[in-house]
Design a protein around this ligand. Structure first.
Ligand code: 4NP
Length: 148
């Protein structure tokens, strides 16, 4: 799961998918990262942590890191939250095989639409709830399509 800072969108996508995999006794490795390094080592944004906690997905233990080329070797599926993240990940791809792992996450539930998870960082609390809900649906789809 990849966004810009790895403190708002991708940590909750990561937390949702991890929780569902564990609850459903599935087997997959999930992680998240940011394309930027601004927040490396930080816990998720307090507003995203609060939203996650109140809706059943605590993410306090996650720590931000930057996406790196070796992530193409570690993971089969790489989900970008928005078009800018998508383009920045593709710039790091070494070959077609790397490129073919990268998807816009909302295309899982809305194929071909290239919808974006809006960046909630500069907005109010409602933005965090909306992000949570979009990613709740998207992570259900990921499980249904790729993990069952
Ligand atoms: P994220 O949100 O990409 O969903 O983690 C942001 C977090 C921090 C910044 C921008 C977006 N920032 O500019 O510091």
């Amino acid at each position: 799961m990849v966004c810009l800072g790895n403190i708002c969108r991708s940590p909750i996508a990561d937390g949702l998918l991890r929780r569902k995999i564990s609850e459903q006794r599935l087997n997959a490795t999930v992680d998240s990262a940011g394309t930027a390094a601004y927040h490396v080592g930080e816990a998720p944004d307090p507003r995203m942590r609060e939203t996650g906690k109140s809706l059943g997905t605590p993410i306090d233990d996650l720590r931000a890191r930057q996406f790196e080329v070796s992530d193409f070797d570690r993971f089969d599926l790489i989900y970008a939250m928005d078009r800018s993240n998508y383009n920045n990940i593709l710039k790091l791809a070494r070959n077609k095989s790397d490129e073919n792992k990268v998807f816009m996450i909302l295309n899982e539930a809305n194929p071909g639409k290239n919808l974006e998870v809006p960046d909630p960082y500069y907005g109010g609390d409602q933005g965090f709830i909306e992000v949570y809900k979009m990613l709740d649906v998207a992570t259900d789809k990921i499980i249904e399509k790729h993990l069952k």
